[in-house]
Design a protein around this ligand. Structure first.
Ligand SMILES: CC(C)(COP(=O)(O)OP(=O)(O)OC[C@H]1O[C@@H](n2cnc3c(N)ncnc32)[C@H](O)[C@@H]1OP(=O)(O)O)[C@@H](O)C(=O)NCCC(=O)NCCS
Length: 137
């Protein structure tokens, strides 16, 4: 997994990271920026170890990845996709100011409990700057 991650990172296909908990230095999750959507945009994905959910780690990771996407990848927008049954994941983007853009009825069902219907949340560069840094920066 690490080797594949390095190859994908160096090829500019998926910029993946791990999440470490400051208090324990333990690996508690991961996140990344896969180039799965069209030019000008990038997607964010995240996961958190089941015994460490509910502590804001996914939200912190999504915040850092969004910032990195606009600062270092030159994209105009960032999207976060999830199945409509994934309420915990869907709680993350609105906390950062993402707007619910559309539903996606082409989502693949990868595990039981998924509906095959997705939500797509979007953040533009302008909105991010306005919300998180102020309009003049
Ligand atoms: C989704 C996931 C990443 C969330 O990680 P997390 O670190 O717990 O996320 P955060 O703590 O930053 O925020 C989660 C929010 O969801 C809320 N939440 C949790 N379970 C929920 C539920 N069943 N219904 C509604 N909201 C829920 C929490 O209350 C929290 O919101 P709050 O801060 O306003 O209280 C984690 O559950 C996970 O790894 N799931 C499996 C992998 C996955 O689904 N990844 C996303 C694929 S799109």
């Amino acid at each position: 997994m690490l080797r594949q991650g390095e190859i994908a990172f160096d090829a500019g296909e998926v910029f993946g990271y791990f999440i470490y908990e400051p208090a324990t230095s333990e690996l508690v999750g991961g996140g990344g920026l896969p180039r799965w959507i069209g030019p000008g945009g990038i997607e964010i994905g995240y996961w958190v170890r089941s015994d460490r959910t509910g502590r804001g780690y996914a939200t912190a990771a999504a915040r850092a990845l969004t910032e990195a996407a606009f600062d270092h990848l030159g994209v105009d927008y960032v999207e976060i996709h999830m199945d409509q049954a994934n309420h915990a994941s869907a709680a993350v983007p609105p906390k950062l100011g993402y707007l619910l853009d559309r539903s996606d009825d082409t989502s693949e069902i990868l595990t039981s409990g998924q509906t095959g219907h997705g939500w797509v949340w979007t953040m533009t560069r302008e909105r991010w700057r306005t919300i998180h840094r102020g309009p003049s920066s």
